[in-house]
Structure formats: C-alpha cells, structure tokens
Design a protein around this ligand. Structure first.
Ligand code: MN
Length: 723
C-alpha cells in the first residue's frame, strides 16, 4: 500500500522545492473527512486518493495537482464544501477539486462514435485548467485498476466510458502509458472472453517470443554499436487490445496477425533516428506502405516517432518504432514531461510545433519563465468558441458560443424550433435568448399554436435556426398572398360571370402561370394577391371574349397605372421577405419615414401598403393581411413629410423658420401660414425628409426658435399644402 511518505519522496525527487507541508495538510484533511468510509474492496477509502496522488507524481505534476489528487473526492463524497477547501488550501486547489468533481458528474452515455467525440470535447471544454483532466485521468486509472470489486453491470459501464472518453483523451494529451493501461483494463471487462483467449494464446507462445525478441534486440544493438550510435532497444509483445483491434480490423485469427512483437529504439538525436532507420532497412526488407515518419509529420497529439514494419528473422513481420529520448519521455508522459527538457526556460518555435495540438486549444503565452509556470498558464478555455449541452436523452450537442435555446430547438427538429415557447435549462425556466453554457441540460417546451418570431433573429447564433426562421416568415407571407389572390379571383371572376374554381380545377391557372413566366398556379395567385398581376390580365387570357364585352367595366386598369407609377419611384425602399418586385405604396394616413417602425398590408389588387407600426388604421386592419416589412434604403431618397409649427405671429417668423429648415439641408416643397387671430400663427410645411433622424433634428431646431410654441409632425395628410 502506498504511503504518504512515498508520495512526498516521489515529488521531492523531481521538485526539490515542493511545499511538502501543504501536501501533508491535504493528506491529513483527506484522511479526516474520508474517515470511516471504505471502498468496495473493504479497504479504507483513503487508499484511493493516495493512489491517485501517486499516479500524479508519476506524471511529475506539481504540488497543487498532487494535493488535489488527495482531495479530489472530498466535495463529492464527503460533507466538505468548496469554500472549506478554498479556505484551507487556496484558490487553485479548490478550483481543481471543483473541476474534477464537475467532470465526475457528467453522465456519459454514448452510442455512436460521433457522440463519444462530443463527450470528449465537452470534458475538455469544461475545464479551464488542463491539470483537471490529468487528475481525472489518474482517478480513472486507479478506478479501472480496482474495477473487479464492482458488479458486472457497473464494470461494463465504466469500462465503456473509459474506452470511449478517457483513453482517447489520454491519447490526445500524448500520455501513452495511461492510454495503454486504460485500454488494456477496459478490454478485460468489455470483451472478457476474447481477452482471456487472446492472453492465453499470447502466453502459450511466450517462451518462443521472448527468445525471438532477444535475438532481434541483439542484432539491432550490435549493428548500432558498430556504427557508434548509442541507443536502447526494447522489445515486447504488443498490448492485447491492439492485437485484438488488428484482428477485428483485418478480420483475421490470432495466428494470422503479423507483427505482434514491437520494438523500440531510443537514440540521442533526430539525426540518429534516421540513421537507425537506415540500419533497420539494411538489415531487413521493409514492408511496403508500412513506413510512417511522424517526426517530419507529427500526429495531432504531438507524437513523434519513425514507424516501420520489416520482414525480420524467420520471415516474421516486426514493427519498429524509433525516437529520441526526449520524444520518448513526451510520448510516455505527455505534456507533463516536456519541461524536464526545458530547464533553460523559454519555448522555441520547435516546441510550439510539437505541442501543436495544445496550441490549437490554448491561447498560450510564448515566453514562459519556467516549467511550473507552464501548467499554471494552461488555464484557459480549451474550446473558446464552442459550447456543449445535453439533450433530454443525454446526448451531447455542440453549438457556437452564445447559442440559445432557440438554436437548440431548431437543431432537434424544425417544428420544435417553430413551436418553441419556453425553455428549461437544468430544470429551470430560462428566457429564449439565454446563452447556453457547457454542461447545461436543455429542454424545450413547445406549443402547436406557437410561431417563430422575427425577434429571434436578433439572438440566434446557428445558420440553421436563422434560415428556418426566415423560411417560415417567407412562407407565411406567401400563404397570405395566395389566399388573397384567391379571394380576388373569386370576386372578379364572378363580375364577369365566370367561376374561378372551375378554372382552377381544370388546371388553367397552371398553364396561364407559364405565360407570365411563373412556375405554377399558386405562384400566379400570389402575384395577383400582391397586385403584380391583375385579375383582368388573367381573365384576358382565360376568357378573352369576356374582357372585350365588358370593356367598359375595367376602370381598374387606370388605377393600376397610377399605382405602378408611384411604385416605380418607391421601389426598393422597403424590403418584404419572400416577395420580389412588390407593388407597394405608402399609406396616406401615417406617411411613414425611414426610421419609423413599419408594417405592410396586402391590399386587394394594389399590392402592399406600408403603414407605421403604430398607425391606428394599421392596427385596425385585418391581421391576416399583415406582413412584415423593413426599410431597405440606400442613398438619398427623400420622403415628403408635413410638419406644423405653432408660434407667435411675429414679423420675420416665416423667414426664420424656413432658413432653419433649409439650413439643415432640407428642401421645402410647400408652405402655408395661417394666423389664428389671437396673435399666434400656424405654419404648415411640406418638406423632403430622408429619415426619422433628420426629421427629429429639424423639429428640434424649430422648437428652439424664439417665439415657437409647438412643433409637430403631421401624420395624416394628402396632397400638397399651399396655394
Ligand atoms: Mn476518485
């Protein structure tokens, strides 16, 4: 059994200035709070934190991490609080313990590879300090070593989680020995039968293998000596799990698996790596396509080695890895090892490259003073631009940072998005614009009656949600125009003694649509609804004789021309989703100005009329005809606007007011002055205004003129003022 002193000795061996008092304090604290607790094995619970701390010293971590190893289960499994840990051991250790506890609380349940990857990313995204992951790996490793005390259901669950989540994370961090041990242990519980058989088979040929390994080692060592290269050669039977994977992948039996022995040559420099490779290839023929140069092209996890497979003695395939000592230590111990070689201090370009995986994740500082500082500075969001949340089924979904429950809803299903009314995060109601956080469990409450809102566009982050909301709005507007087009046809066809429904059923609208270069009958109805095409034009095609007879009834043709003229001037000022080239006019009851909130109303045969959103006529109009509209202005369009000024009837008043208006660069197109008899005057100006802001400026300037009592914008007006 590991004792505290062993751990203290260990840490002192690589960190002579380690604060052993702090470490001992952590040990005493842990012993106290875990007192009386036993593990499934029947041993005192304390053994577990001690072993975890021991593993952390093997990774050569600092005192804070090792102390956290001792304390890592105190918040989760005892009455200890975060505050207590903080009080006794300071901020860093408290946050480390807290981080490990949080990861332990994630409920992993994966079914597919993609999900496993999301879980892995989530684990990484949840920690701000890489040490949290290292401690969690140590925790998991010891739990896997003692897994046989649990029931078989639990064993499988934990083993599955280990192979899907934690072994790959260890691999990604480049800690080879932890990855290997986790995989071997998990394999034992996940495929007990296969594991047993395989280990029997390997054991059977053990003697033979050992002799073979010795022979190959001897040949390589001798050759290296001859050429004056100092190197260490090791050989071993590959791990069971990797043989098993190979059998599965290649669909072969054990005796057909080649290269189950692997050799490693460790030399002093990269140059010697390539020299050693030359020696190997001169001794035995390489198997084509089996050479990988991970020195020139390091793997994503900063792994660097030369790999080759050759046909060795007795025609047996053997795999050989060649690397330097430095690379070897990093491959074995991952990031934890790197500073041992960096006594001198700073990171250079080469280091930065080697740690490219981490570099992707960490915004790290290039001028670290010493090794201790390395881990301390690795306290950043590992995935700063992503956030991972749970669905109610326990799946993990990835979103861009800032995403909201609405984004989540649309990612589940378009209808869930359209109908989402409320959202719960971790069982609490949140606003729909709540920003999701890592680890949130999100639940969407829908209502079939509910519709998307344009306001959602202001906060959704995913393109999918945006597109779906816009599509819905467009679809809505289109539906309205179709139904209006149908109304118009029904009414106007009747005037000519025709039955609209008869033509529709006969498919005549489909044919006529093509004549107007439209795709189908509905499109034609929509165009009629918007007033782009008149019912008369359609009747003219479907029943030309009627139009000729009823020529005189067609006053509408004249009106259409007037509107067309207006609309061509106003075209492009207002954008209406889903409708191109809409026939549009501004309502005389409110005369909207850019900057005013506006709405559109589909008006029978006259396209869309634009009102201000607060216009009483607009509020009173049939909401089914209401569509959304926005200003889409470019450049210097102006709008005739009427303002009225109440002032004292003074000499020169008109001149002052006019020059105040034109001084702001605004044209006056009409003016009328009326004295009210009580010494006051009422002046009305029609001016050309570009937008609401400009109007406000003018109103303000006028208000400040001496003698002016009141200035107002007149909403409802038609026709020019003045003589
Ligand atoms: Mn633990």
């Amino acid at each position: 059994m590991l004792r505290f002193n062993d751990i203290a000795d260990q840490i002192e061996s690589y960190n002579p200035s380690a604060d052993l008092d702090l470490l001992e304090k952590a040990y005493v604290f842990s012993a106290k709070v875990h007192q009386g607790q036993v593990r499934r094995s029947g041993e005192p619970y304390l053994i577990h934190p001690l072993e975890v701390a021991g593993i952390l010293t093997k990774m050569k971590l600092d005192v804070a991490a090792v102390a956290t190893g001792l304390l890592h289960d105190t918040i989760e499994d005892t009455l200890t609080t975060f505050e207590e840990i903080k009080e006794h051991f300071g901020d860093e250790i408290a946050h480390l313990v807290d981080g490990v506890t949080k990861i332990s609380q994630i409920n992993f349940q994966t079914r597919e590879e993609q999900q496993a990857e999301n879980f892995r990313k989530m684990v990484l995204a949840m920690v701000k300090d890489i040490k949290v992951i290292l401690i969690k790996l140590a925790d998991r490793l010891h739990n896997m070593r003692t897994l046989h005390y649990l029931d078989s259901q639990k064993q499988r669950e934990i083993a599955q989680e280990t192979i899907e989540i934690f072994a790959p994370i260890a691999n990604r961090l480049g800690i080879d020995w932890i990855k290997t041990e986790l995989e071997e242990l998990a394999f034992r519980y996940l495929e007990p039968q296969a594991c047993r058989e395989l280990s029997k088979k390997v054991a059977k040929t053990k003697k033979e293998r050992e002799r073979y390994v010795d022979e190959v080692k001897g040949i390589i060592t001798k050759k290296l000596d001859e050429l004056g290269i100092r190197g260490e050669v090791t050989g071993r039977v590959k791990q069971l799990f990797s043989i098993y994977k190979k059998m599965k992948r290649q669909g072969v039996e054990f005796h057909d698996v080649y290269d189950i022995t692997a050799f490693r040559i460790i030399v002093g420099s990269i140059k010697e790596c390539y020299e050693a490779l030359g020696i190997i290839h001169s001794l035995w023929p390489p198997v084509p396509g089996k050479f990988d140069d991970y020195i020139a092209l390091p793997k994503g996890n900063m792994y660097q080695s030369l790999h080759t497979t050759v046909i060795g003695p007795y025609g047996e395939r053997i795999e050989i890895q060649i690397r330097t000592w430095e690379i070897h230590m990093i491959a074995e111990e991952g990031i934890a090892a790197h500073w041992k070689y960096k006594e001198s201090g700073k990171f250079d370009e080469k280091d930065a490259k080697r740690f490219s995986w981490l570099r992707q994740l960490l915004e790290w500082q290039m001028d670290l003073e010493d090794s201790q500082e390395f881990l301390q500075t690795v306290k950043v969001d590992l995935f700063p631009t992503e956030v991972y949340v749970f669905t109610p089924n326990g799946e993990v979904k990835e979103f861009p940072k800032g995403a909201t429950p609405v984004d989540f809803a649309y990612s589940i299903h378009t209808d869930v998005g359209h109908q989402c009314v409320r959202a719960k995060v971790n069982s609490r109601l949140v606003p729909l614009n709540y920003q999701l956080k890592n680890g949130d469990a999100v639940e969407i409450i829908t209502s079939a009656k509910h519709h998307p809102s344009r306001d959602w566009l202001k906060f959704v982050k995913t393109p999918r949600a945006k597109t779906k909301i816009l599509q819905w709005i467009k679809g809505q507007q289109r539906e309205k125009s179709i139904s209006l087009g149908r109304d118009l046809c029904e009414r106007d066809f009747k005037k000519f003694g025709l039955k609209y429904s008869k033509y529709w059923k006969a498919g005549d609208f489909e044919k006529t649509a093509q004549e107007f270069s439209l795709t189908n009958g509905e499109e034609l109805l929509a165009s009629i609804g918007y007033g782009k095409i008149t019912t008369q034009q359609v009747i003219g095609r479907l029943a030309p004789e009627k139009i000729r007879i009823d020529d005189k009834k067609t006053a509408e043709g004249g009106l259409e021309k007037v509107i067309k003229r207006i609309s061509s001037r106003q075209k492009g000022l207002v954008k209406i989703d889903g409708i191109d080239d809409v026939l549009m006019s501004f309502a005389g009851c409110c005369n909207p100005l850019p900057g005013d909130k506006i709405v559109g109303f589909i008006t029978r045969g006259r396209g869309v009329t634009i009102h201000t959103a607060d216009c009483l006529n607009a509020l009173a109009a049939d909401p089914r005809r209401r569509i959304e509209a926005q200003w889409a202005l470019d450049g210097d369009t102006t709008f005739p606007t009427r303002i009225r000024i109440y002032s004292a009837d003074k000499k020169g008043m008109l001149a002052t007011m006019s020059s105040s208006i034109s001084g702001n660069g605004v044209n006056i197109i009409g003016a009328q002055i009326r004295t009210t008899g009580d010494g006051n005057a009422e002046s009305t100006f029609d001016i050309e205004i570009g937008n609401l802001k400009q109007l406000k400026k003018i109103l303000h300037a006028l208000q400040n003129i001496d003698g002016v009592m009141k200035v107002e914008r007149i909403r409802e007006w038609q026709g020019p003022v003045g003589p």
